[in-house]
Ligand binder design. Structure first.
Ligand SMILES: Cc1cc2nc3c(=O)[nH]c(=O)nc-3n(C[C@H](O)[C@H](O)[C@H](O)COP(=O)(O)O)c2cc1C
Length: 87
């Protein structure tokens, strides 16, 4: 928000956080670790637990550990469902 105003506060911060989390997951996977993106948490409890300064908000939790199993690939929506071709 300091640099980009309202759009930064509303959107860019979430995009930045999502990039950081996704890349952290890829890095962990490359090291043979497993992760899980967790969005269902108590904002207040997490803010207190990690002592976040005022104005900062948790976006995702990422438990990291050694995988106990190797689940197969799950289904994905089709590319056509997600991508729009601009005429
Ligand atoms: C935005 C978001 C929030 C999620 N929150 C949770 C969560 O709170 N708890 C959980 O067990 N999984 C959660 N997941 C799902 C897991 O991280 C999931 O294993 C991961 O998205 C990969 O799923 P898939 O390969 O089965 O599609 C969430 C996923 C996303 C994208």
């Amino acid at each position: 928000m300091e640099r980009y105003g309202e759009r930064g506060r509303r959107l860019y911060c979430l995009q930045d956080a999502s990039i950081a989390v996704a890349y952290a997951q890829l890095a962990a996977t490359a090291l043979g670790l497993a992760t899980c993106w967790v969005g269902a948490f108590d904002d207040e409890a997490v803010t207190r637990a990690i002592n976040l300064p005022a104005g900062r908000h948790p976006v995702a939790l990422v438990p990291v550990g050694y995988p106990a199993e190797s689940p197969g690939r799950t289904s994905r929506r089709s590319l056509a469902d997600l991508v729009r071709q601009v005429p």
